[in-house]
Design a protein. Structure first.
Length: 432
């Protein structure tokens, strides 16, 4: 106070204030720098996390922030840690478990506020820093002083009734990509996967309305991905887990290949269904026309075949794209009008992860996939259809298997609650 008066009088104290402000700024910068450095604990040990199935359209796993455990969506289609918080008020926290910074002994506040756009709507959130764990308190994968975003308000209808309390981004980038938040972050924080030293993780969902899904990481996952039975495709998406698609076919429909000149596809654990581009409308409409509303001809519907880079072919039977609702059956395709360097974009959401044990590999920027059993085990020597005439799956060693053998259960419809469904990534700020 005395110095401020002296400055106003322009006496000899005038130099002291700038020096004090400079020292304070340096100290603040140093404390922020310390927050952003050396906060990770790399634990290359096996860890498996159960994902609870909610009505066939959401999968919730445990996430620990500070001293609080929350049910969250582990989302390969986003990047940041975004948590419902006490700052949001009763309108969006009523009846939910939410993050409360006042209950955490390791929380550090920040003045930064961002607005981020999801497909279901926008979120405004305030930044803070806290210790986090990939799972519960016993998880070996933790990070201190991790950037978290506390939801202040949101316009996501599904979040008003949904049971999850956060969205945990599992994108492959080190920092949040430019263009996905307002205002832009000039000094972006390191994201959770690199902060924890997680270069590889797997996701697989069991097939069934009430059966769980699983996430895993550690040496076992690494060994599986490098072994026989897994095919490997390069990640071509600059910000998403995006891959190239050179063809999409469904036998017996008599429609042209919508990816004859190339498509892109995102493998997204945070999307409930399969999103198809407008260029695939002839194919999806043909399936819709063939489907009987009373679900009586599901065994007559085709298997959807996608040709990926390197000759890898993946197949999805009707259980992956037909939904059984209270009023009967309908197709589960969602239209997404987005382009990429590879062509129109598909989103392979939860239905893909029910049929393929999928390993996301940040170190080599590849995705490793193997057909999975209904119980979510990788099929390292796939069963082959007796009438197989075409290659089905490219093994890691380059050999080809024949078309995959499906059971009658795969020609049924998936029961789902449309009101709880999670849409594909937002197109407003979409960058493949």
């Amino acid at each position: 106070q005395a110095c401020m008066t002296a400055v106003e009088r322009r006496d000899g104290c005038g130099l002291l204030l700038p020096l004090l402000l400079l020292a304070q700024a340096l100290a603040t910068a140093r404390s922020v720098s310390l927050l952003r450095k050396g906060r990770s604990f790399k634990a290359n040990v096996d860890n498996k996390l159960e994902l609870k199935n909610v009505l066939g359209v959401q999968y919730h796993g445990t996430f620990r922030a500070g001293d609080q455990e929350l049910p969250v969506i582990y989302d390969t289609g986003s990047w940041e840690i975004v948590l419902l918080s006490k700052l949001c008020g009763d309108s969006c926290t009523r009846g939910k478990v939410v993050y409360d910074a006042n209950l955490s002994t390791s929380f550090v506040t920040s003045d930064d506020v961002m607005k981020v756009q999801y497909a279901g709507g926008s979120v405004t959130a305030k930044q803070g820093f806290d210790s986090v764990s990939f799972g519960d308190k016993d998880s070996p994968y933790t990070a201190k002083n991790m950037s978290i975003w506390q939801v202040v308000e949101h316009q996501i209808p599904v979040w008003k009734t949904a049971r999850f309390s956060g969205i945990i981004g599992l994108g492959h980038t080190r920092h949040m990509p430019e263009g996905f938040r307002e205002p832009p972050d000039l000094t972006p924080d390191e994201l959770m996967l690199p902060a924890m030293g997680i270069d590889m993780f797997s996701i697989c969902l069991e097939r069934g309305i009430a059966t769980p899904g699983w996430m895993a990481m550690g040496p076992k996952v690494q060994a599986l991905a490098a072994g026989p039975g897994f095919a490997s495709v390069p990640v071509v998406g600059e910000v998403h887990w995006g891959i190239s698609v050179s063809g999409v076919q469904a036998e017996g429909l008599g429609v042209s290949d919508p990816c004859l000149f190339g498509c892109g596809a995102i493998i997204d654990s945070g999307t409930s269904f399969i999103a198809a581009p407008p260029s695939a409308r002839l194919l999806t409409d043909a399936i819709k026309k063939k489907l009987k509303r009373d679900c009586s001809n599901l065994d007559e519907l085709p298997v959807l075949r996608l040709q990926l880079e390197g000759g890898v072919v993946v197949e999805l039977p009707p259980l992956a794209y037909i939904l059984k609702l209270s009023r009967g059956c309908r197709t589960g395709f969602v239209e997404l009008d987005v382009a990429s360097k590879q062509g129109p974009v598909w989103v392979l959401g939860m239905p893909f992860l029910r049929y393929y044990y999928t390993v996301f590999d940040r170190s080599s920027m590849r995705i490793h996939i193997a057909p999975s059993t209904p119980g979510c085990e990788p099929i390292l020597t796939p069963e082959v259809a007796s009438n197989a005439t075409a290659p089905h799956f490219a093994a890691a060693g380059g050999g080809l298997y024949a078309k995959r053998a499906f059971s009658p259960a795969d020609f049924e419809a998936m029961e789902a609650d449309m009101d709880e469904a999670l849409p594909p990534p937002a197109s407003k700020f979409f960058v493949f």
